[in-house]
Design a protein. Structure first.
Length: 260
């Protein structure tokens, strides 16, 4: 097939005009990106262009364009004598359990928290309301930059209710650097956490956040808003987390709801 053919691995009835090469490249990139995230390539080396042309039933130019999209995202690079290799490691966070990010990432590498702030503050009004504190109440504020094997991954801004936060502060900076906030809360409270309400949005990071996370200007982050409650239902922890969108995958298994 020639360099600009219409092949894209899809057959059957067509609706509308045929896909452009950019469309075909995007589709190939979607599949390859998913394989990169899952760690599907042995040794981190992608199949060569000829194999990808055969797999996707498309042209070599389309494959090259798809690989270019992944290079632009920082996921792969071309190495002489080797081929296209994975360079941007990604990490998975399951959504079906209440786990701190550091608890999950410890399975993949060495997790270190750079403590940027740890102090008692006057809780902003909206924060106090969500933590069910009286207006003007104190809260403990933590700001930590999380690294995995030295790579910046997330910036966490946390407000804790005083009865939990003050004992956490008393544990000292070493614990804040090397322990997940959930573990520290449960130790300080003397009882387990119960549940959390989580909202996740994809946003363009502001310049300051990009600089802290080592991202290029205008990079995308996952903005996580998480309110965590103790087992008795009381709010204990309100977090605003910015995760590098190019380094973290949120994964869950969802079952179809049955009527009746």
């Amino acid at each position: 097939m020639d360099a600009d053919d219409g092949g894209d691995g899809h057959r059957g009835g067509a609706v509308g005009d045929g896909p452009t090469r950019a469309d075909r490249a995007r589709r190939v990139a979607h599949v390859l990106r998913g394989q990169v995230v899952r760690g599907a390539f042995p040794g981190g080396v992608l199949p060569d262009e000829r194999a990808l042309v055969a797999e996707f039933g498309t042209s070599r130019n389309t494959v090259r364009e798809a690989l270019g999209l992944l290079r632009d995202e920082g996921l792969v690079e071309r190495r002489r004598g080797v081929g296209t290799v994975v360079v941007g490691r990604t990490y998975e966070h399951p959504l079906g359990e209440l786990s701190g990010l550091a608890e999950v990432l410890q399975r993949h590498g060495t997790v270190v928290n750079e403590v940027r702030a740890a102090r008692i503050v006057r809780a902003p009004g909206s924060v106090a309301r969500r933590l069910e504190l009286p207006e003007g109440s104190r809260a403990v504020y933590l700001e930590r930059l999380r690294r995995v094997d030295g790579m910046p991954l997330s910036l966490d801004c946390t407000y804790l209710i005083p009865e939990v936060g003050e004992p956490v502060l008393a544990l000292g900076s070493e614990r804040l650097e090397n322990r997940d906030v959930f573990e520290l809360i449960e130790r300080a409270a003397g009882r387990p956490l119960g549940s959390a309400e989580v909202a996740v949005r994809a946003v363009v990071a502001d310049p300051a956040t990009c600089a802290v996370l080592g991202m290029t200007a205008g990079g995308a982050v996952l903005a996580v808003d998480r309110l965590t409650r103790l087992a008795d239902g009381r709010p204990a922890d309100l977090e605003f987390i910015h995760l590098r969108g190019d380094r973290l995958t949120l994964r869950a298994r969802l079952d179809r709801a049955r009527e009746g």
